[in-house]
Design a protein around this ligand. Structure first.
Ligand code: AMP
Length: 150
């Protein structure tokens, strides 16, 4: 069996919570080990989607606040991580799975890194973002365990 090719472009998807640190660490260490390019994406989900579609009020102002908050958090990450810059970080708007897959396809990413809570039971049935991203992914997916030690 031949040795697999090193990854050339790693995409890390982050939810911008304090939990995203281990995910970024793993992705940037993998990028360094493989001599790969690193890109980061965060997706702001349409509020109407979170409320299940029809919402009888104007959410545009709230949505703008959500976007501005995400931008601030992303800028903070860029200040902390020397591997990140405005050029390799993207804020997108839409559905995480669709946007992550779309970015990976468009930019020829060969590894997507996400965090995983390793949920069981009902939560697993309902699905998590990591689960969602895995299905139909255009490339390999690495799920970094975010389980707290017992
Ligand atoms: P969750 O299933 O929502 O607990 O999230 C698991 C992982 O999915 C996170 O650690 C991120 O890697 C990724 N993720 C969740 N939400 C987003 C988002 N809005 N944008 C990008 N990645 C996300």
């Amino acid at each position: 069996m031949s040795t697999p090719k090193p990854y050339s472009h790693i995409l890390v998807a982050v939810d911008l919570t304090e939990e995203c640190d281990p995910v970024i660490y793993r992705a940037s260490a993998s990028a360094e080990a493989n001599g790969a390019k690193l890109s980061l994406i965060h997706i702001v989900e349409p509020m109407a989607m979170a409320f299940g579609g029809d919402v009888p009020m104007d959410l545009s102002q709230l949505q703008q606040q959500q976007f501005d908050q995400a931008k601030e958090r992303l800028e903070r990450l860029i200040d902390i991580y020397p591997q990140l810059s405005k050029d390799n970080c993207k804020l997108a708007y839409g559905q995480p799975r669709q946007e992550i897959h779309g970015f990976a396809k468009e930019h020829g990413c060969d590894l997507i890194v996400v965090g995983s809570h390793g949920r069981h039971g009902l939560a697993l049935l309902l699905g998590s973002t990591a689960n969602d991203v895995l299905h139909g992914a255009p490339c390999d997916v690495l799920a970094v365990s975010l389980k707290k030690p017992e």
